[in-house]
Design a protein around this ligand. Structure first.
Ligand code: NI
Length: 167
């Protein structure tokens, strides 16, 4: 397995829309294993393939306390969304930034698991937030897009400055 490089906002690669996966083959399984390793190492609770410059519809998530409940969603589609919640979100592609974002409270999502089996789950709370955040990534959207343009501009400056200092 290998650690993958995580792209940072405002990298334009983060704006690419991910393609649907037709076959969950060995190559996809390897990508999933590498994404999980990268997410745990970061550490983070969710990672979309877009963030590691792979433009296919794959998400990995683990919101468990002991980091032993990996969830993989391929070609996820939100079938229904209800209610509203506001939580503080962060993102591995926007390091060091945490802001309140409004999302649906409860969602039902259909996807393929890592064995290519179609499943439907209903999630609420943190898991629902995480799935919505990661699906946004697959559509080329970031949580900062849901903030005011003034806030987004400040965050952009902060991240660009951080990157300059790291180079
Ligand atoms: Ni993110």
């Amino acid at each position: 397995m290998a650690l993958l490089k995580i792209l940072h906002f405002p990298d334009s690669q983060l704006r690419i829309k991910a393609k649907q996966i037709e076959h969950v083959d060995a190559e996809i399984k390897l990508i999933i294993a590498n994404m999980l390793e990268t997410m745990y190492a970061a550490p983070g609770i969710g990672l979309a393939a877009t963030q590691v410059d792979i433009h296919q519809q794959i998400i990995v998530i683990d919101v468990s306390d002991n980091k032993n409940e990996p969830l993989c969603l391929i070609n996820p589609i939100i079938l229904s969304a209800d209610g509203q919640q506001s939580t503080e979100e962060g993102c591995l592609s926007v390091p060091g930034v945490f802001e309140q974002v409004e999302r649906a409270e409860k969602i039902t999502v259909q996807f393929l698991n890592r064995f290519g089996k179609q499943l439907t789950i209903t999630a609420d709370g943190m898991l629902a937030v995480c799935i919505q955040h990661e699906i946004d990534h697959l559509n080329g959207k970031l949580f900062v897009d849901r903030l005011s343009s003034l806030k987004r501009q400040r965050i952009r400056q902060k991240i660009v400055k951080q990157q300059r200092n790291n180079d």
